[in-house]
Design a protein around this ligand. Structure first.
Ligand code: ADP
Ligand code: MG
Length: 447
């Protein structure tokens, strides 16, 4: 066996299979002398990473074979090429790195994602797009809140950072995209904004795209951004709480771009899958639940985020007492609230109407019907105001939710705004309740 092969073999035996496959794909032994061993690798970032992470393994492998210490260096392949060219290329690569970084939540990985029939399509799609960037473009995921969309985007980000470290990935919420643009316009730096979003990235992820409904100016910028990226075969990934066609007040040209690639839905989990999810979370958190207990939790919500919140709560409670039915039902109450509602909201409107009906003690179906009572009118008016002010809905979208025309929405919002200004405590209290309940239902308090 050649000495270089031998070095590789010994080195390989010291490194886990997964890491080897991940990092040593382009690794080779370039030259061996008594004074220096030179390794080579195809990528500048891997080079640095390897020498930091595996220094010990390099040294001990060398010692094993040569029975003494010989210094080593790792070169990237480009060290071969002509000096000036190398310098240029290197600079380009080096500059690439910092823009890569959006902060990805390290917990949100593919490995930590529980796959079931309800989210399989989205999971498979995201993995595929992570592996074959640009193949299905744009990639559009939609589904209700708390069902793992953001998790999947982060999983893709984490995956790319690991597996193709020089891919420049940018993750933003639609809200951040908007704020950055507004700021850029204010500071007279739209050129830079465009450069950031068009030229400096290979993968652009925009989360919660529905936020841009009705925001026409931002949509135009987005349209040109997407076009530019698509023209240059850069991958675009979008998330939304509804289908492209349900994005009301969106420019048709944008909607048709969204539909151009792969569109996948995350469904609500069926009860069996929800039980499975509860069990997985419990197991990972190191608590034991009987089947019945898991079922009880799964029955209380089919929102994955909420389920996660309840399990987290249980972990906390289990440090103080054994887990039993009472502890579980308390944990459920802590997370969801005392309201026996909101089991399976499919859309934002449905969820909101459930919350609204619970706070005002009316039926959800009455809210967008014609019936008029004092209680209903007040629920509608405050609901409209809330949707505008806290959920950033447009007037006409709110109109559609409540089956009212534009002007009556505007009127309601104005009226509620006035009574708040006048210090109407009852209205304030309702708003406070709505905020709390919606917040809880979305599980943000927990997860
Ligand atoms: P969305 O963006 O669809 O509203 P998130 O991605 O924010 O939902 O998910 C909410 C929480 O639930 C996160 O903590 C996430 O990690 C968790 N979660 C959602 N789906 C799954 C899943 N299939 N496996 C594991 N955790 C999940
Ligand atoms: Mg999300």
């Amino acid at each position: 066996m050649e000495i270089s092969e031998k070095i590789l073999e010994i080195l390989r035996s010291k490194i886990s299979k997964k890491s080897w496959e991940m990092w040593f794909g382009t690794f080779s032994v370039k030259s061996v002398t008594e004074a220096l061993i030179t390794f080579s690798v195809g990528n500048l970032f891997i080079k640095d990473w390897l020498s930091q992470k595996y220094d010990k393994q390099f040294k001990s492998s060398i010692r094993e074979i040569f029975t003494k210490n010989i210094p080593y260096v790792i070169e990237d392949e480009m060290a071969e090429t002509e000096l000036t060219e190398k310098k240029e290329k290197k600079e380009r690569l080096i500059r690439k790195r910092p823009v890569v970084y959006s902060d990805f939540n390290k917990e949100y990985t593919f490995e930590n994602f529980v796959v079931g029939p309800f989210n399989e399509e989205a999971y498979d799609g995201t993995l595929e797009v992570s592996k074959f960037s640009g193949k299905m473009n744009p990639f559009f995921i939609y589904g209700g809140v708390g069902l793992g969309k953001t998790h999947l985007l982060h999983a893709m980000g984490n995956y790319l950072i690991q597996n193709s470290p020089d891919t420049r990935v940018m993750y933003v919420t639609a809200e951040k995209f908007m704020n950055d643009l507004v700021m850029a316009i204010r500071k007279n730096s739209t050129q830079e904004f465009r450069k950031n979003f068009r030229e400096k990235i290979d993968v652009l992820m925009i989360d919660d795209i529905q936020f841009l409904m009705g925001k026409n100016g931002i949509q135009s910028e987005l349209f040109h951004t997407l076009n530019h990226l698509l023209d240059h075969s850069k991958q675009i990934v979008l998330c939304s709480d509804r289908t492209p066609t349900q994005l009301s007040e969106f420019q048709p040209r944008l909607v048709s771009r969204f539909q151009m690639g792969l569109v996948v839905k995350v469904y609500d989990p069926d009860i069996e899958t929800a039980v499975q999810i509860v069990r997985t979370f419990a197991k990972r958190s190191g608590i034991l639940l009987t089947n019945e207990m898991a079922r009880e939790i799964a029955n209380s919500s089919n929102n994955v985020r909420t389920i996660k919140g309840i399990v987290t709560k249980l972990v906390f409670k289990s440090s103080k007492s054994d887990i039993n039915d009472v502890v579980i039902s308390n944990a459920v109450k802590d997370v969801i609230g005392n309201h026996p509602i909101m089991k399976s909201a499919n859309s934002e409107k449905e969820l909101f109407f459930q919350v609204l009906s619970s706070v005002f003690d009316v039926l959800p179906a009455e809210l967008d019907a014609k019936l008029r009572t004092a209680r209903l009118s007040s629920a509608r008016q405050i609901g409209m105001y809330f949707a505008r002010k806290y959920m950033h809905k447009t007037f006409s979208e709110i109109g559609k939710w409540f089956g009212r025309d534009h002007s009556s929405v505007v009127y309601s919002c104005k009226k509620v705004d006035e009574s708040i200004r006048k210090g109407n405590l009852k209205v304030r209290e309702k708003i406070f309740l709505l905020q709390n309940l919606l917040h809880k239902q979305r599980g943000e308090s927990a997860g």
